[in-house]
Design a protein around this ligand. Structure first.
Ligand code: FE2
Ligand code: FE2
Length: 193
């Protein structure tokens, strides 16, 4: 799936099913973070018209996802809990080279974003295939398709604007890094947990 090194253990779905209110709260905040991240990339690259145009659309979609999750939470009589930290994303962030030039930083940020989309997509696919709740199964299938498109958007811009960077090599390094990182996850009821 999207060339990730390690697939999630399907037993993670059983953990998720034991606490749907928690996974939905965590998921809602993942979508908020995805929208915020897209806006940060826009802020850092305002002169790139095509990138700004596409990432504005992407940010809108992430906010729509946030709204969709919130609607499910409300319909089920749950409460949207306080923002959850995403330890996986925080650890993945450490891969990014903060000392490089502007192009290198941008490529790293785009690849970091693509990786989160890829892993989210993998998790959503697993949920759509295995979760017993019919509404959520359909919901996660639709989101999987959307996040796969976002993955492509980020990778495409990394290649387009990373002229002096070996983008494929950097992606390979990130896949390795993530492959090690994810080994300690898959054990709790959060989207990346
Ligand atoms: Fe999303
Ligand atoms: Fe996304």
């Amino acid at each position: 799936m999207l060339h990730l090194k390690l697939e999630t253990d399907p037993r993670w779905v059983t953990i998720v099913e034991s606490n749907l209110e928690e996974i939905l709260t965590d998921h809602a905040w993942c979508e908020q973070k995805a929208a915020t991240n897209a806006i940060t990339i826009i802020t850092l690259n305002s002169e790139k018209e095509d990138l700004v145009t596409e990432l504005l659309e992407l940010a809108k979609e992430e906010l729509e996802h946030f709204q969709m999750v919130h609607n499910i939470i409300k319909a089920r009589g749950y409460t949207l809990g306080r923002e959850r930290k995403d330890h996986y994303v925080n650890q993945l962030y450490k891969f990014m080279n903060k000392g490089g030039n502007r192009v290198q930083s941008m490529v790293d940020r785009l690849l970091f974003s693509a990786m989160i989309e890829a892993r989210s997509c993998e998790r959503f696919k697993l949920l759509s295939e295995r979760i017993k709740d019919k509404e959520l199964s359909k919901f996660y299938y639709d989101l999987m398709v959307s996040e796969a498109g976002h993955y492509t958007t980020f990778i495409t811009f990394a290649r387009q604007y990373g002229q002096d960077v070996d983008v494929d090599q950097r992606w390979k390094e990130l896949v390795e890094f993530e492959g090690e990182l994810i080994k300690s996850y898959g054990k709790n009821e959060s989207i990346h947990g």
